[in-house]
Ligand binder design. Structure first.
Ligand SMILES: Nc1ncnc2c1ncn2[C@@H]1O[C@H](COP(=O)(O)OP(=O)(O)O)[C@@H](O)[C@H]1O
Ligand SMILES: [Mg+2]
Length: 352
């Protein structure tokens, strides 16, 4: 067997091994430094940047599992070198000058109402007197400009070349997608996305803000990872709907935040129930209690249970979030309470 045959097969199998808590594999993460096959004994050298002993243990187990059934390898010895995380020295998560608190609104799954939650949170807190910024980080499906009814394009600050956020409903708004033409996202992949995201996050002239809300794209891939590694977050808000398919992905998002030591401020369950107009009957369309149970399981607060409300959808489509347009509606009231809860956790330091 030629050298490259076994190498190729081993690498292919290692590509199936995900870094714990991430959707990315250990090969593309650059963990695999060296490999050597003597007879049927495989020696692997891994470079790991976390001091958490559970990580190499879990990766080792998965590597062994991935190589099971591959006859040329009978035994696997793994040598791990624990390197200090490169990122924290020079390019690790950093705050944004002038911005007091930064949080991410995230979900594993798309379509659960993350942008709706982020928009209502930002607008409600701005209404309450805080200086709030909202950054739509969804490169491929930005929606905040539409949800907030913002028609302003991107302006570049003279001299500094920094990007100036638009102002709408008292919130400073910036969207990563604003910089890209209609068909460019498809061309922006891999390392380019990472570079673009890092540059973008450092190039916005936010000015003085009490709170910056990052509306993350769904998932736990490269973009999300880049964001949480670039900006020092004060916490994350996890949005889910009650059903298991959404909860599975929400758990992945929480694992990602835990991995990078970002506090989970709590879970907000959206589309929790629907109150029929007229009869007032409550329908639990996507099941009930999923978010509450998960919050207990994860030992984080349940920040709210937002009903499915046609008003919320209409307001979103019309560019006036429900907390502005109809704060007394079934969803409006819950959004207001939810925003106040988040603000208490962030600014009064009540434990989350
Ligand atoms: N509680 C709700 N009641 C009714 N419609 C909602 C609610 N939350 C979100 N929506 C609607 O669902 C769609 C998806 O929401 P969005 O916030 O864009 O999700 P995500 O950002 O997670 O992809 C939007 O049309 C939005 O207006
Ligand atoms: Mg969205």
């Amino acid at each position: 067997m030629s050298v490259n045959d076994w190498r190729e097969e081993v690498v292919n199998r290692l590509r199936e091994v995900k870094y714990p808590g991430f959707s990315r594999d250990i090969v593309s993460f650059g963990l695999v430094q060296d490999m050597e096959l003597t007879g049927t004994d495989l020696k692997l050298k891994l470079k790991i940047t976390t001091p958490d002993p559970a990580v190499p243990e879990k990766i080792g187990q998965e590597i062994r599992d991935s190589l099971k059934g591959y006859a040329p390898v009978k035994s696997v010895a793994i040598e791990t070198e624990v390197a200090p995380p490169q990122a924290t020295a020079a390019t690790g998560p950093q705050g944004i000058p002038g911005v007091k608190k930064i949080i991410a609104v995230a979900s594993g799954k798309g379509g659960v109402g993350k942008s709706t939650v982020a928009a209502n949170l930002a607008v409600q807190l701005a209404k309450g007197g805080l200086k709030v910024g909202l950054c739509d980080c969804d490169l491929y499906g930005p929606s905040q400009a539409l949800m907030l009814g913002c028609r302003e394009g991107v302006r570049v600050e003279e001299g500094s070349e920094r990007l100036v956020p638009a102002e709408v409903h008292g919130v400073k708004l910036m969207s990563m997608g604003m910089l890209l033409g209609d068909d460019s996202p498809a061309a922006l992949r891999g390392p380019m996305v990472t570079r673009f995201t890092q540059q973008f996050l450092r190039q916005v002239a936010w000015g003085e803000l009490d709170l910056l809300v990052l509306d993350l794209p769904p998932g736990t891939g490269d973009i999300q990872l880049t964001i949480v590694q670039t900006v020092a977050l004060d916490g994350s808000v996890i949005v889910t709907t009650p059903q298991e398919v959404a909860l599975v992905d929400a758990r992945k998002a929480m694992a990602m935040f835990r991995k990078v030591n970002v506090a989970i401020l709590g879970i907000v369950e959206n589309m929790s129930f629907f109150v029929a107009p007229g009869s007032g009957e409550r329908h639990e369309i996507f099941g009930s209690g999923g978010g509450r149970k998960e919050a207990v399981r994860q030992r984080v607060p349940l920040l709210g249970e937002i009903p499915l409300d046609p008003e919320a959808r209409r307001c979103g489509d019309e560019g006036r979030p429900v907390v502005l347009e109809c704060p007394g509606s079934t969803s409006g009231k819950v959004f207001v309470d939810f925003a106040n809860y988040v603000s208490k956790i962030l600014f009064l330091n009540i434990s989350s």
